[in-house]
Design a binder for this molecule. Structure first.
Ligand code: UDP
Length: 236
C-alpha cells in the first residue's frame, strides 16, 4: 500500500490517502507540542516509539480485550496503515491517579490514588482550549449519539483495566491517558489515534519517576531516555 496525497497534518502525525478509500496511512513525526501549541520542540526518535508502541498496544487490546481499533498493519518504523474513520471530536480521558489538570482543577495533590477510575470528555477544539464537557453537551451539540457514548465509555474503561495490568506487570503505573475514537461508515465506534508516552502518564512503580511527555512539558530533562525506557518496558 502506497501513500497518495496528504489529507491532514497535525502536531505529531501526518495522514495520507491510499488507493483504497477505506484506508489511510499515518506517519509519526518527532515534533512535540504542549500547552495547546504554546510550547514547541522535537523529541528525537519519538515518532518511532509512538508508532511501534501504539500499534503493539492496539493489537493486544483487539486480540485480548475485544476492543475494535483502527489498526491494520505496521508499514515501517514510522508509518502505519489504519482504517479511515471520522474522528469523534472528543478527547476521552481516563484517570487512576490524580495529576495534571485534574490536580489543578480540583485541588487534589498530584500522586493521590483515586478511589475508582474516572472518565472525562473534552471537546476537541484548539481555539477553545479543549473545554471539558458533560454527556448532555455531547448530545445537544450532536458530537456523538447516546449509543456511541455508551460504547466509548465501555471501551475506555476496558482499555484502562487491560493496560493498567499490562503496565503494572512491567513496573509502570498507568496514571492517566487520553483516547480518541472514530466512526466507520455505519456509525460503529473504533479506537483510533494513538496510545503512547505523548498521550499517557507513565510512572515507574518503584521510584515514581515520570516516563512520559511530562518530562518535555515540565522541562525535566531526559526526555528521549524516558521514551526509550518505555519502549524497553513494552517490547522487553
Ligand atoms: N492528554 C493528551 N492530549 C491533550 C490533553 C491531555 O494526550 O490534549 C493526556 C495527557 O498526556 C495525560 C491525560 O491526557 O496523560 C490527562 O491530561 P490532563 O487533563 O491532566 O492535561 P495536561 O496536564 O496534560 O494538560
Amino acid at each position: 500500500m502506497e501513500k497518495r496525497e496528504q489529507i491532514y497534518e497535525g502536531k505529531a502525525k501526518k495522514v495520507f490517502a491510499t488507493d483504497d478509500p477505506s484506508l489511510c496511512i499515518v506517519s509519526y513525526k518527532d515534533d512535540a507540542t504542549a500547552f495547546n501549541g504554546l510550547k514547541k520542540g522535537t523529541i528525537s526518535g519519538k515518532g518511532v516509539v509512538n508508532n511501534r508502541m501504539s500499534n503493539r498496544l492496539m493489537q493486544l487490546l483487539s486480540q485480548d480485550a475485544g476492543i475494535p481499533t483502527h489498526f491494520v498493519k505496521e508499514l515501517s518504523d514510522r508509518d502505519t496503515l489504519v482504517k479511515r474513520v471520522r474522528i469523534v471530536p472528543l478527547e476521552v480521558i481516563v484517570r487512576n491517579v490524580a495529576a495534571g489538570s485534574f490536580s489543578k482543577r480540583f485541588g487534589v495533590p498530584e500522586g493521590t490514588d483515586l478511589l475508582c477510575p474516572t472518565i472525562e470528555f473534552c471537546y476537541k477544539n484548539d481555539e477553545l482550549g479543549d473545554p471539558m464537557v458533560n454527556e448532555y453537551h455531547i448530545y445537544a451539540c450532536g458530537w456523538a449519539t447516546r449509543e456511541q457514548v455508551r460504547s466509548i465509555t465501555d471501551y475506555a474503561f476496558r482499555v484502562n483495566s487491560y493496560l493498567s495490568d499490562f503496565f503494572l506487570a512491567r513496573g509502570i503505573i498507568l496514571v492517566d491517558f487520553k483516547l480518541e475514537f472514530g466512526t466507520l461508515d455505519d456509525g460503529t465506534i473504533v479506537l483510533a489515534d494513538e496510545i503512547s508516552p505523548d498521550t499517557c502518564r507513565f510512572w515507574d512503580s518503584a521510584t515514581r519517576e515520570k516516563l512520559d511527555k511530562d518530562r518535555f512539558r515540565r522541562d525535566l530533562g531526559g526526555v528521549e531516555e524516558a521514551y526509550g525506557e518505555m519502549m524497553k518496558r513494552v517490547f522487553g
